[in-house]
Design a protein around this ligand. Structure first.
Ligand SMILES: Nc1nc2c(c(=O)[nH]1)N[C@H]1C(S)=C(S)[C@@H](COP(=O)(O)OP(=O)(O)OC[C@H]3O[C@@H](n4cnc5c(=O)[nH]c(N)nc54)[C@H](O)[C@@H]3O)O[C@H]1N2
Ligand SMILES: Nc1nc2c(c(=O)[nH]1)N[C@H]1C(S)=C(S)[C@@H](COP(=O)(O)OP(=O)(O)OC[C@H]3O[C@@H](n4cnc5c(=O)[nH]c(N)nc54)[C@H](O)[C@@H]3O)O[C@H]1N2
Ligand code: SF4
Ligand SMILES: [Mo]
Length: 695
């Protein structure tokens, strides 16, 4: 009996969990018939996700059985990017990969090898296990993982040592909820019922977002902030609190350092100045500050939309400083939520037999430049897994140019034929979370769960762990292949007994702090003396203008519009993009459209000095004037010229954490073709593009 038969024998609904890069970590019930997945839904094991999961994962079996699914290893036969491959055996493929990795190391040194991985499946077994072991033993360049959460993580670490945040279920206790640069109805749907319930109980809701999202429509106040200016908004609020005697000086004395530095830096920001920079009327800033000062419990849901720009680290730091300054901790339903991933205290990178070598670090968000410009040594071998950088990395044209290098050996290990896989020399087929073991860890919801294989792998797909382990053996770096279940046992061996047992038993595991910690009652800053560092020296030195130092808006006359690329309900980053055929549109404000003679449905060219995207325009009022939006996670085929927003995104770094600046592009838009003409001639558009709708 195979492992899957053992698990599913006698039943046809299997309990598992979702490990995708999403805050919610749903418990799943997967219905299997004749060894195939036929339906996926939320399981009652987790009351939060019972019968309530997103449409993407409800349809995830479409990916498992998709025509784009990679089922066999393959080697390239045509030019890079063409996507022409011929099938080979695993033995041939891994022999070739091992040979080329060895050759790169022997000729140019280990640092000429670059592992490239990010949000793929976000579980604890699909990354930082045998992959890290292999690349450490090879002495490869080390990847700085900065696509996401680098600026906010640096800020949260600097101020609070990544203190755990308020749980979703405690949102009902808040009287004021500020959703800041987050869009939970799309990107973390299980928070929404709790916000709605709080509203029913009389709580006020404020949304700070350049777009009028569906949540903003339900809010008492929506502040349509210009992208990259949240720092000014938060500092002006703190300035008003300090200067009107409404700061909680007693709390600050007792729990915080760096108060004076913050007070001085905030003092530069009157509501009027913040208004001029952010586009939000001064009265609205004053009203929000009054509400925040007067209401308790008050809660901030800080998202990731505000971190993806040059001011992102300081902006998140300033937002997180607000509850300290206004004295909002210490009550249920008060404080903040950012990422809760650190709450588990799980340090997979430390669970290795070999220490990290002192090799160079390479910032993933500059992949194009890394491939084209890095010397001593240049990158000779690139191993991409759990990532699709052609779709998700900044400066797409440079990335594509780098991947096109004839002297670069590229391996892409993925589940489907992605835009990046089209540039591979060797493609390796990976299992999905319905075909392998994993451990799912929520970064919004407090849930740690086992992910089980519920069907046999399609074709010859294999799990990450075994493939990296086999490569290590082939390269003479390890004696024996570690099987998937051996990796599972080894990794869970690092968990405290109280977590390991329920986890392996398929139960929902709570973090050490419990499921609903109150900040400054149950959990405290993980800093020396548990003190908040409002203006830590290290962060202050790292930021180009110092911590809380605002860097001016990069708009120019040539490129006046700010481009953002928020998450949509269709994909998780670019994952599941293969399911969607409708081309994307650029969403823009009627005022900006009219000024350019653009009408709804027209074909437009969105461009700046880095590149251009040709797509349709969707004109509507639900975005701040001066800001335009393209969906996150598009594949090349979703635009008319095979380019996406990332062709316009510069590869400069955020102020803290060296993070990617996806929402920091400035562009111009011109009309190329009228709607009716374009629709007819290109024969493409049968219906409005739903992914471009604001939601
Ligand atoms: N359906 C779905 N769910 C997802 C994902 C997905 O792609 N699809 N991605 C997952 C991942 S990897 C992550 S990191 C999270 C992200 O979760 P979120 O942080 O909620 O997602 P974003 O869409 O990046 O940004 C949220 C909002 O910020 C706004 N925004 C953009 N720029 C700014 C700014 O400068 N200031 C402010 N205040 N707002 C701004 C956008 O309009 C958007 O509505 O979601 C996860 N969940
Ligand atoms: N323009 C723009 N770009 C963005 C963002 C934005 O807001 N705007 N957001 C950024 C954010 S928040 C993030 S997190 C990044 C994410 O960037 P990426 O990590 O590149 O995200 P995905 O596109 O989901 O790519 C993950 C890939 O891993 C594969 N995969 C999944 N599970 C496995 C597995 O078990 N094994 C292997 N070998 N492969 C697997 C999937 O099929 C998928 O192709 O994108 C960033 N890119
Ligand atoms: S992607 Fe998020 S909402 Fe969807 S099933 Fe997974 S954890 Fe739940
Ligand atoms: Mo992300």
């Amino acid at each position: 009996m195979s492992k899957v038969e053992r698990l599913t024998w006698g039943r046809n609904t299997v309990e598992t969990a979702c490990p995708l890069d999403c805050p919610d970590a749903c418990s799943l019930g997967v219905r299997v018939e004749n060894a195939r997945v036929v339906a996926i839904d939320g399981s009652t094991r987790n009351p939060d996700t019972a019968g309530f999961i997103c449409g993407k994962v409800r349809g995830f079996h479409e990916r498992v059985y998709s025509e784009f699914r990679l089922k066999h290893p393959a080697v390239r036969t045509g030019p890079k990017g063409r996507g022409a491959f011929t099938r080979v055996s695993w033995d041939e493929a891994l022999a070739l990969v091992a040979d080329r990795l060895r050759a790169a190391r022997d000729t140019h040194g280990g640092e000429s090898i670059l592992p490239f991985y990010y949000g793929g499946s976000n579980g604890l077994l699909t990354q930082h296990t045998t992959d890290l072991d292999l690349f450490r033993r090879l002495g490869a360049s080390r990847l700085l993982r900065t696509f996401c959460a680098a600026p906010s993580g640096a800020a949260a670490d600097s101020l609070y040592g990544k203190m755990p945040g308020v749980a979703y279920e405690d949102y009902v206790h808040a009287r004021l909820i500020i959703v800041w640069g987050a869009n939970p109805p799309v990107s973390g749907i299980h928070l929404v019922p709790h916000i709605r319930e709080a509203q029913k109980r009389g709580a006020r809701l404020v949304v700070i977002d350049p777009r009028e999202t569906n949540l903003a429509r339900l809010a008492d106040l929506h502040l349509p902030v210009r992208p990259g200016t949240d720092l000014a908004v938060a500092l002006s609020m703190m300035n008003a609190l300090f200067s009107s005697g409404r700061a909680d000086e007693a709390f600050l004395d007792a729990h915080a350092d760096g108060v004076e530095a913050l007070r001085e830096r905030a003092a530069e920001w009157s509501f009027e100045r913040a208004s001029a920079v952010s586009g939000i009327p001064a009265e609205a800033l004053a009203r929000l500050t009054d509400w925040y000062a007067e209401t308790s419990p008050a809660l901030i849901r800080c998202g990731w939309g505000l971190e993806r720009n040059r001011n992102g680290g300081s902006a998140v730091a300033a937002v997180l400083a607000l509850p300290a300054v206004a004295g909002k901790f210490g009550v249920r339903g008060g404080g903040y939520t950012l990422s809760n991933s650190a709450s588990w205290g799980l340090q997979a990178e430390a669970w290795q037999d070999v220490a990290a070598p002192a090799t160079r670090t390479v910032n993933m968000s500059r992949l194009g430049r890394v491939l084209l410009e890095l010397t001593s040594p240049p990158i000779a071998a690139l191993f991409v897994y759990n990532a699709n950088p052609v779709a998700t990395a900044p400066d797409q044209n440079r990335v594509v140019q780098g991947l096109s290098r004839d002297d670069l050996f590229t391996v892409v290990f993925d589940q489907v034929m992605t835009d990046t896989a089209a540039y591979a020399d060797v493609v390796l087929p990976a299992t999905t979370f319905l075909e392998h073991w994993d451990i799912s860890r929520g970064y919004g919801s407090y849930a740690l769960q086992l992910v089980k294989p519920v069907v046999e792998p399609e074709g010859e797909a294999r799990p990450n762990g075994e493939v990296f382990s086999e490569l290590a053996v082939r390269l003479g770096l390890r004696d024996e292949v570690e099987t998937e279940t051996e990796t599972l046992m080894r990794v869970t061996g690092h968990l405290p007994e109280a977590q390991r047992e329920p986890l392996l038993d398929g139960r929902l595991v709570e973090p050490p702090t419990g499921r609903t910690p109150i900040q400054f009652v149950d959990v405290f800053p993980n800093t020396p003396g548990r003190r908040i560092r409002l203006c830590d020296e290290q962060a202050d030195e790292a930021a180009p203008e110092g911590l809380y130092g605002y860097q001016a808006d990069p708009a120019t006359d040539a490129y006046p519009l700010a481009l953002i690329s928020p998450a949509t309900e269709k994909t998780i980053s670019s994952t599941m993009g293969e399911r969607h055929y409708v081309p994307a549109s650029l969403y823009l404000h009627p005022g900006d459209a009219e000024a350019r003679g653009i009408e709804d449905g027209d074909v437009v060219r969105v461009f700046n000095a880095l590149g251009e995207v040709h797509c349709r325009a969707a004109v509507g009022p639900r975005i701040a004037r001066g800001t335009v939006s393209l969906p996150k996670g598009l594949w090349r085929r979703h635009s008319l010229n095979e380019r996406t927003s990332n062709a316009l995104v510069p590869d400069h770094m955020s102020d803290l954490g060296a993070g990617a600046c996806f929402n920091d592009a400035r562009v111009e838009v011109v009309r190329v073709m009228a709607a009716d003409l374009g629709g007819q001639h290109l024969g493409l558009w049968v219906s409005a593009d739903e992914s471009t709708r604001v939601n």
